[in-house]
Design a protein around this ligand. Structure first.
Ligand code: FES
Length: 100
């Protein structure tokens, strides 16, 4: 079964294609801040993709703009509400939730 591992706690959940990483975390009681309610309008849901970046929907212009303005320029920085899992056949995605 394909999985998503949320760091730093190492909580592992089943991946579901089409679902965002924020929704997946929320459904599994994993806390990721989401001040704008998952509307891609803040950066509070930022995560760092440690593995499996190619298995997640590409950054939109809007997401890229928000992250760049906040100084998070590396490709591994993503907004979890904007990160839809592309294919449930993926092996593993590792997501780090940074300390706020
Ligand atoms: S919750 Fe605000 S951008 Fe994701």
């Amino acid at each position: 079964m394909p999985q998503v591992i949320f760091l730093p706690d190492g909580v592992t959940v089943d991946a579901q294609a089409g679902k965002s990483l924020l929704d997946l975390a929320f459904e599994n009681d994993i806390l990721i801040e989401h001040n704008c309610g998952g509307l891609c309008a803040c950066t509070s849901c930022r995560v760092i993709i440690r593995e499996g970046l190619n298995l997640i929907q590409n950054k939109s212009e809007e997401e890229n703009h928000l992250l760049s303005e906040a100084g998070f320029t590396g490709e591994e920085n993503r907004l979890s509400c904007c990160c839809k899992i592309l294919n449930a056949g993926v092996k593993k995605i590792i997501v780090e939730i940074p300390k706020t």
